[in-house]
Design a protein around this ligand. Structure first.
Ligand code: 5AD
Ligand code: SF4
Length: 447
């Protein structure tokens, strides 16, 4: 979501004359879009600010000011504290305030002193944002939901991103239509808890995520739909049925479980136990047998014993994930778990993380290896590292390299997978699919 938010900030600044540059040294405006989820990410902001302070001073000596901004969840959580620790910062604003960026830039130039904006405005920022454009992309993010009311006891998101809100169905469809008309073929719907999506549909009450996806599947040219991030206890039958019925909905799901121990899941306030999770996976796989799953894990949550950790390892064996993010528990200020007794020593967390990651990596390698010799449709959406090479994504989110002419960019092609590496696949081009054989509404219309 931070990538998406940064893109939107770029869109907002374009009309007042800003364009993105690759390095900060000669930028008139530098925005650090920050993450507060773990301590490491949050602390990185201050080390980056130290470097930027020097760049700002060099530019000031040359008579060219540099405006320095801190955006995102660290800004939301630490507001004043940032200005105290780094008084050379000119702007601090949270994730719900960035639509006011042009106004804030003007204020910084006009007034003395820093601008601080960490309000949750009554009207959604989306009402003020310009329509997203394809800008040459074939795959794009689209925020449909923000905020979280689940209050997992380890997590800062409900405090930094605020309460769950959903964008109206018509707005999402309009944005997706605009992106598709500009050449985007794959959209990933975003939300901190995207399963909480309940968007107003004019005259129809609200629509669930599953129903929203069904509506998006009617958009011409939109051949692939994904969504993230999911909260298992809120996956409903509409969504499961969407996996069964909607061809454009890709067979890959990021479904964070966090732990395999019921005791720990309860202490995390997760609202699902290990067997609920496994049952949900079974239902999803019945709906879409080739569904590939990835997950998030936290090791070393307060009170986690060897037996609890073993339950996590057992769950990984049972579910067979194809990829995962795993983290050492990081106590976050203001969250209930940070105050719990039984904090786990760092060396134990490191040991557990290593064992878990070995298992998860083996699962990913086996999944990639299993693709060798198979045919896969791949959306080619970028240049590869070597000349004549393009890179794309399989339906299961694997990165795939292929030798292919440049005019294949933006096409969904059939590949035969020839080799598997730990983080990617290599394929050879079978025939490029004629446009009408690509998945999607247009294909159905012709059938
Ligand atoms: N410590 C470690 N990992 C965390 N996550 C969220 N909060 C914490 C924390 N305090 C992880 C969870 C979540 C992912 C985005 O980050 O696994 O799913
Ligand atoms: Fe954080 Fe996700 Fe739990 Fe919400 S559901 S509190 S975002 S971990």
């Amino acid at each position: 979501m931070n990538v998406y938010d940064a893109e939107r900030m770029t869109d907002l600044l374009a009309p007042i004359g800003y364009e993105a540059v690759d390095i900060p040294d000669d930028a008139d405006l530098v925005i650090l879009n920050t993450c507060h989820i773990r301590e490491k990410a949050a602390e990185k902001v201050y080390s980056d600010l130290g470097r930027l302070r020097q760049m700002k001073a060099v530019r000031a000596d040359g008579g060219e000011p540099m405006v320095l901004a801190v955006a995102g969840c660290v800004a939301q959580a630490e507001g004043e504290e940032i200005l105290r620790r780094a008084p050379f910062v000119d702007m601090v604003f949270g994730p719900q305030a960035y639509h006011r960026l042009p106004e804030m830039v003007a204020r910084v130039h006009r007034e003395k002193g820093a601008v601080l904006d960490t309000e949750f405005p009554a009207r959604s920022k989306f009402d003020y944002l310009p329509k997203p454009e394809a800008q040459g992309r074939f795959s794009a993010f689209l925020t449909v939901q923000e905020g979280c009311d689940k209050f997992c006891t380890f997590c800062v998101v409900p405090y930094t991103r605020g309460a769950e809100t959903s964008r109206p169905v018509a707005d999402v469809i309009a944005d997706a239509g605009n992106l598709a008309a500009g050449g985007v073929r794959e959209i990933t719907l975003l939300g901190q808890n995207v399963n909480a999506y309940h968007g107003q549909a004019r005259g129809f009450g609200t629509k669930t995520l599953g129903k929203l996806i069904a509506a998006l599947a009617d958009i011409d040219g939109l051949d692939r739909i994904r969504y993230t991030t999911s909260y298992p206890a809120e996956i409903d039958s509409d969504l499961i049925n969407a996996h069964r019925d909607i061809e454009q909905l890709m067979p890959y799901l990021h479904l964070p479980v966090q732990s395999g121990s019921d005791r720990i899941l309860h202490a995390m306030n997760r609202r699902h136990g290990a067997s609920d999770y496994k049952r949900l996976v079974e239902r999803l796989r019945r709906a879409r047998p080739d569904l590939a799953l990835s997950s998030d894990f936290i090791v070393g949550f307060p009170g986690e014993s060897d037996a609890d950790f073993k339950a996590t390892m057992d769950l990984v064996d049972a579910v067979e994930f194809v990829g995962a993010y795993s983290f050492k528990y990081s106590p976050r200020p203001g969250t209930p778990a940070a105050a719990l007794l039984g904090q786990v020593p760092d060396d134990v967390k490191s040991e557990r993380l290593q064992a878990l990651q070995e298992k998860l990596n083996a699962g990913q390698a086996a999944f990639n290896q299993g693709a060798v010799g198979k045919k896969m449709s791949v959306l080619l959406d970028g240049a590869g590292r070597h000349s004549g090479q393009l890179i794309g994504r399989s339906p299961y989110m694997q990165a795939v390299h292929v030798q292919a002419p440049e005019d294949h960019l933006g096409k969904i092609v059939e590949l035969e997978i020839e080799a598997a590496h730990p983080n990617s696949l290599a394929g050879t081009l079978l025939d490029a699919l004629p446009e009408h054989e690509n998945l999607g509404a247009s294909a159905e219309a012709m059938a």
